[in-house]
Write a protein that binds this ligand. Structure first.
Ligand SMILES: [Zn+2]
Ligand SMILES: [Zn+2]
Length: 242
């Protein structure tokens, strides 16, 4: 127990830490919020995956560069990497993290992101890391921006500049989850604004978010960043739908 503060020790006694996915008791004093069994059940996306949007491409498909949807083009971002598919244990963790305000789960999510990035993302080409912003009303209600809590430690691990006040969500939009693809695109149009553009000028920006659905939000952010002088915009998300 020697590295655990007395306060944490008492909090652990009162509220023994439990796995954010299966609720099993965890070993006290460890930063992990997911038990080893659940962590092992999470599969990182492995190649082949789409070189534009990161969706896994089934092995029986001959052409493995781009998925059917990305062949049409028209994206402002360069590419998106995704760590995992939003299902099973992963979906439970994200829901706990985001909607039940279990911020400490960011620790485990960042571990997964680092593992994926070390295998697949050329981090040496990235200049600046940004989190996809939330509208301040939503951030206030949720008490934190879930993207920021993973983007900052991720950037720190790779010694990258992390900028907070570059993108702001200025238009309050309805939750994306109930909308169709075209409604989502309309829903996010003109909802972000760029500040402190000197932070992005001529730089390769990596946008970080927790979940990717259609990519409409990332595309909108990328459009604004490119218009503001960014050299290239890529994105990295913890989990994506398929
Ligand atoms: Zn578990
Ligand atoms: Zn694709």
């Amino acid at each position: 127990m020697n590295h655990v503060s007395p306060l944490l020790f008492f909090l652990d006694l009162l509220y023994p830490p439990r796995c954010g996915a299966c609720n099993r008791l965890l070993t006290s004093g460890m930063p992990n919020q997911i038990c080893p069994r659940c962590m092992q059940a999470i599969q990182l996306i492995y190649p082949p995956f789409c070189k534009k949007c990161g969706v896994p491409i089934p092995n029986n498909i001959k052409y493995k560069e781009l998925c059917g949807r990305c062949k049409k083009g028209g994206h402002s971002f360069d590419r998106i990497w995704s760590c995992t598919v939003y299902e099973g244990v992963m979906a439970r963790i994200i829901r706990q993290y985001k909607y039940h305000k279990k911020r400490l789960l960011s620790h485990d999510l960042v571990q997964l992101m680092i593992r994926f990035a070390e295998m697949h993302i050329p981090m040496k080409d990235v200049d600046v890391v940004l989190a996809v912003p939330l509208h301040r009303k939503k951030e206030y209600a949720r008490t934190f921006n879930q993207a920021e809590y993973i983007a900052r430690p991720f950037a720190q691990y790779f010694n990258k500049i992390y900028c907070r006040d570059v993108l702001r969500k200025v238009r309050y939009t309805e939750s994306q989850s109930m909308l169709t693809k075209s409604e989502r695109t309309r829903n996010v149009t003109a909802s972000f604004r760029l500040y402190n553009r000197h932070n992005v000028a001529q730089r390769h920006i990596l946008l970080v978010d927790d979940v990717l659905t259609t990519g409409a939000t990332i595309n909108e952010c990328a459009k604004i960043l490119i218009a503001g002088g960014a050299k290239k915009v890529s994105a990295f998300v913890v989990s994506r739908g398929i």
